[in-house]
Structure formats: structure tokens, C-alpha cells
Design a protein around this ligand. Structure first.
Ligand SMILES: *[C@@H]1O[C@H](CO)[C@@H](O)[C@H](O)[C@H]1NC(C)=O
Ligand SMILES: *[C@@H]1O[C@H](CO)[C@@H](O)[C@H](O)[C@H]1NC(C)=O
Length: 238
């Protein structure tokens, strides 16, 4: 993204902060709250997590040239969804009150929204959205990101942050189950032995199978081929 000379002058104080953001990745718990959109790496049943959008969540080269942004928003794409969904959108200068602070709260979820410091024409370094998800669960796993809209109406996205479902190391999150219990089956690269991992960073086809007591063959539970041409075939469930 290109900036004008005037705009560049305004940006001066920010790169320092981003550098310290990279240094902080050594202390990953501090980096999580400062640099990433979500403050945890994984979420399990009944665990809370916080989604934060500020200008620091964007790459240095993607900072707005203007001293203010028109809109700041938080979005997510849960693992089971095809598209990103809006979580909250903050447009402090919108003419109508109802468009200034938009929340998209799913039925019966316990989320807490804060829209802060957007109300001036130098809001760029101060504006923030904070969403506390008090009732997190494994279905909240997925990609989280922020975007802002600048005065020229350009929409700029932050990097995606992948919030994992908490089942690290194990394919199934429980050792035994009783009647009516629910459990999580999670497949990702961490479930494979190192020699079995693909050399390329690309996985085209990921499949979960199971063999129930008393049956003599594995059956497919789910198959994910994100690059197939036919969209309905990309996510196959049984
Ligand atoms: C989650 O929280 C609800 C309500 O607080 C409680 O009834 C339930 O037992 C909790 N589940 C787990 C797995 O902790
Ligand atoms: C709001 O969230 C729901 C799911 O929770 C989603 O289906 C819908 O598309 C979202 N709205 C927008 C504008 O993204």
C-alpha cells in the first residue's frame, strides 16, 4: 500500500512500537495481548478469551497514512464456516447512532463488547474494539482478524490469527466417555509424527477416520479438501 509524503510524516511514531511487538514474541504471553488479535493460542470448553482490534494488530506497511480511521472491525471465521463473519464494527463518525457501534451477537452467547477512543480525528493510535468472550468453547476455534477503513474508503486487513481448539497432541480430547457426553475430535498437523509431516507448508487433503469397537474397518468421519473446485465437496461430513 502506498502512502503520500504528507501521510508518511504522520506515521513516524508507529514503527518503533511494532518493532517492540516483534521483540515481545520472545515473551509470548505479552506478545499475545499486544500483537495478536486473540489473547490465547487455544480455547476449550467454558474458557474465556479476548479479541482486540487496534492499529497495532496491522503490519507496519499497512498502517493508515491518515491520522484517523473511519471504521475498525473484528471478524472471525469459525473452523466450520466457509466465510468470515462480523463480530463488531466501530464507525465513530457515522451519522446515525445505530451505525456507530455495531455488534453481531449470536443468540444466547455471553460476549462483552467495548468500543473505545474512536471519537476524534486523530483516533488512529487510540481506537480499539475489545470483545470478551466469556463462554468460549471449541466451536470458537478458527481464524480471527481485524480490518480498518481509511478516509479514502480503502479496507485493510490484519493478518489472520488462528485460535485452536484445545486438544493439543491428542486426536480426541477425552480418555473415556459416558452416555450423553460430548467430545472433540481434532485433526491438524500436530497430530502427525514428524517424519510423516509434508515437506511443503500446504496440505491439500485432511481426513478423520474411526473404527468403532466391534467393527473391522475404518470409516471416514470428515474430510477437508479446501482447494477442490466444487465448493460443496470441500468439506465432507458423514
Ligand atoms: C460450563 O459452565 C456451565 C455453567 O457455568 C456449567 O454448568 C458446566 O458444567 C461447565 N462445563 C464444563 C465442562 O466445565
Ligand atoms: C453475524 O454472525 C452470524 C453467525 O453468528 C453470521 O451468520 C452472520 O453472517 C454475521 N453477520 C455478518 C454481517 O457478518
Amino acid at each position: 500500500m502506498k502512502h503520500t509524503h504528507v501521510a508518511h510524516h504522520n506515521m513516524r511514531s508507529i514503527p518503533q512500537r511494532i518493532n517492540s511487538c516483534f521483540l515481545l514474541t520472545v515473551y509470548s504471553w505479552i506478545a499475545l495481548s499486544t500483537c495478536h488479535v486473540v489473547d490465547r493460542f487455544s480455547v476449550g470448553q467454558n474458557e474465556s478469551f479476548t479479541v482486540r482490534c487496534t492499529i497495532q494488530k496491522f503490519r507496519t506497511e499497512d498502517y493508515p497514512g491518515s491520522p484517523y480511521v473511519v471504521t475498525l472491525a473484528a471478524e472471525r471465521r469459525p473452523t466450520w464456516e466457509e466465510n468470515f463473519q462480523l463480530m463488531a464494527k466501530y464507525s465513530p463518525f457515522a451519522p446515525l447512532e445505530e451505525y456507530k457501534k455495531v455488534t453481531n451477537l449470536t443468540y444466547r452467547r455471553n460476549w462483552n463488547f467495548q468500543f473505545l477512543n474512536g471519537d476524534s480525528f486523530d483516533n488512529r493510535d487510540k481506537i480499539r474494539i475489545v470483545i470478551v468472550v466469556n463462554d468460549g468453547n471449541y466451536k470458537d476455534a478458527g481464524l480471527y482478524r481485524c480490518y480498518y477503513v481509511d478516509p479514502l474508503n480503502r479496507k485493510i486487513y490484519s493478518d489472520n490469527f488462528f485460535l485452536r481448539a484445545y486438544a493439543q497432541g491428542r486426536i480426541v480430547n477425552m480418555g473415556s466417555i459416558g452416555p450423553g457426553d460430548s467430545f472433540i475430535v481434532q485433526c491438524d498437523r500436530n497430530k502427525f509424527q514428524r517424519p510423516g509431516l509434508p515437506k511443503s507448508p500446504l496440505m491439500e487433503d485432511l481426513m478423520v477416520e474411526r473404527k468403532i469397537d466391534g467393527s473391522d474397518a475404518y470409516t471416514t468421519m470428515a474430510r477437508f479438501r479446501p482447494f477442490l473446485d466444487k465448493i460443496p465437496n470441500r468439506r465432507v461430513t458423514v
